[in-house]
Ligand binder design. Sequence first.
Ligand code: SAM
Length: 290
Amino acid sequence: IQTSVATPARTKDIIAKHHFTFKKSLGQNFLIDQNVLQKIVNAAELDNEQAVLEIGPGIGALTERLAAVASAVTAVEIDQRLIPILQEQFSNDEHVSIVHGDILKLDLPTFFEQQFASYETVNVVANLPYYVTTPILMNLLEANLPLHHIVIMIQKEVAQRMAAKPGGKDYGSLSVAVQYYCTTELVGIVPNTVFIPKPNVDSAVIKLTKRTEPAVSVEDELHFFKTVQTSFSQRRKTLANNLIAMAGKDNKQAMLEMLESIGIDAGRRGETLTLHEFALISDSFLKVGW
Ligand code: SAM
C-alpha cells in the first residue's frame, strides 16, 4: 500500500530509491507533516471545481493533497531530477500536470491560458523556495492573472512584513505592494522541524486574497510604487527628507506646502503612512511633474 508522501519514513524512502540529494540553492526543504499540509489545504478552501497552480512540488507532498480536493492541479518544478519522481507518483492522476520549468521564466499570462483555459479563476498554493519568494509573488500579482487567492508557506519574517499594518517596524514597501493587490491573513506559524532538511528559519503560512480592484486608485502605478520606495528609502529619515529626492532640493518649500495641503505631516516617517496617504502623495507629486 502506498502511504502519503509527507511522512518522514516515506519521504526518506522516495529519496533513497531515486538517489536524490537536496539542493540548498533551490530552497529544497520538503514537508513531512500531515497536520501542516492539512492547514495549508484548509486555508486554500478548494473544491472539485477549482484549478490550482503549485510552484515547486518537490516530491509531491502537497501536490497529492491538492489533487485529492481540486479539479485540476498544475505543478511547476525547476529541478529536472524531480520530474520522473513526480511523473511516477501521479501517472494515474489525469487532473495533475507536472511541468518542468522555472516559474520566474515562464510567460505567466500565456501559461495560464494554456493550463487553465476552462477555469474562470485559479488559486496558487505552494511551499515556496524561500530564496525567491518575493520575485515569484510579485510576478504573480503584477501580471494581472485571473487569481482568486494565494496560500503560501514562506519565511516567517517575510509573512509578517507582508501582513504588517502601518506603524510598526515590519511595515515597509513589501507590505504596501502586497496589500495594494490583496487582503492578507496570517494562517499560522510553522516550526522548522516539519521539513527535511530543516531550514534555518521559522516559516509561516499566509493567505493572500486578490482584491477585485487595487486597494487604492492611483493615476500611475509605477509612480505610486516609486513614491512608496522613496518614502522608505532611509527608514530613520522623515518623510520630507526622503521625498526631497523626488521633488528636488530647490522645491523643498513647495513640497512642504503641498504635503501640508493634503493633510500629511512632513515630519512623519514612511512607516506610519497608509496606502491611501501614499496614493495622495503620488498623485499630487505627479500633477506638478515630480
Ligand atoms: N512542495 C514541496 C514540499 O512542500 O515538500 C517542496 C517545497 S521546497 C520548499 C521548494 C521547491 O521549489 C523545490 O522542489 C525546488 O526545487 C522548487 N523550486 C525552486 N526554485 C524554483 C523555481 N524558480 N521554479 C519552480 N520551482 C522551483
